[in-house]
Design a protein. Structure first.
Length: 277
């Protein structure tokens, strides 16, 4: 508000000053004409020179005022662009930061869920009962022989066969337990691989989103810069037209005023002076 009032006061002051200069030029022009009519040619010459000097000074003042105003206009465009550029970066920095935070939250939530699901999966897998043992034909045959010898009261031989069968059964049971543990490890690893794949897919989606954000930011930046270039070019074009028109106006104004100062009375006096000489 204060800046607008200051600008208004400055504009009014310039208008007042220009009006005063024009009034003075008009008075001086009338004085020159009066001197010319009264034959006071020395005073008329002085007034003419003073008029030309003041007009040149006024034209220089107007040129400088136009130049200063145009510089201010260009600076205004630059400042507006810098402000818009800063706001653009602040907005996109915030948007990117929010995207990264949301992505990190999603990954952390998935990892926590995976950990819970994995523990539950392992617990369920370990709680499953072992399969009913399926012994080898050799072991089954040894047990039959053992039983047959026992029925025949050949206990010593039956004992030997029993020891052999017990060792073979222990070996086969251990092998079955190892195979069960191997199956358990395999299914757990498959479950982990599934979770890893799911996490990888999430990270891929995040990376795709990140690239899309960067691409959109670049597109918006290019549009912003293009708008700035358009405004800048349009302003430069308008200012060039204004300078050309001002130069033409001032050139015409100066020439017409200079020609008008050479009145017929002065020309006649110059001719009379030449004849006298």
């Amino acid at each position: 508000m204060a800046e607008n009032q200051k600008s208004l006061d400055s504009s009014q002051a310039l208008d007042t000053e220009e009006s005063a200069v024009q009034d003075f030029l008009q008075i001086l022009e009338e004085h020159r004409k009066n001197c010319e009519r009264q034959g006071k040619y020395v005073e008329a010459e002085i007034a003419k020179n003073r008029l030309e000097e003041l007009r040149q000074h006024e034209e220089n003042r107007r040129r400088e005022a136009m130049r200063s105003r145009q510089i201010a206009e260009r600076l205004g465009v630059e400042e507006a662009h810098m402000l818009e550029f800063q706001q653009f970066n602040a907005l996109w920095d915030k948007r990117m930061a929010e995207f990264e935070q949301k992505s990190a939250d999603l990954e952390e939530a998935m990892k926590e869920r995976h950990g819970t699901e994995l523990m539950e999966y392992i617990r369920n897998a370990q709680s499953e009962p072992l399969r009913k043992p399926k012994f080898s034909k050799e072991l089954l045959n040894l047990r039959k022989i053992q039983q047959t010898l026992a029925k025949q009261k050949e206990y010593a031989e039956a004992h030997k066969i029993k020891l052999k069968a017990d060792n073979l059964e222990a070996f086969e049971l251990e092998k079955m337990r190892n195979q069960h543990q191997m199956r358990l490890s395999n299914v757990v690893e498959k479950f982990k691989a599934k979770q890893t794949s799911e996490l990888g897919a999430l990270r891929k989606r995040v990376q795709t989103g990140r690239e899309e954000q960067k691409k959109q930011r670049q597109l918006d930046l290019e549009r912003l810069l293009q708008r700035y270039q358009n405004v800048k070019s349009e302003l430069e074009s308008q200012q060039n037209i204004e300078r050309i028109r001002a130069e033409k106006f001032m050139s015409y104004h100066l020439n017409s005023k200079t020609s008008a100062s050479l009145s017929p009375t002065a020309n006649r006096q110059n001719s009379s002076g030449s004849i006298g000489r």
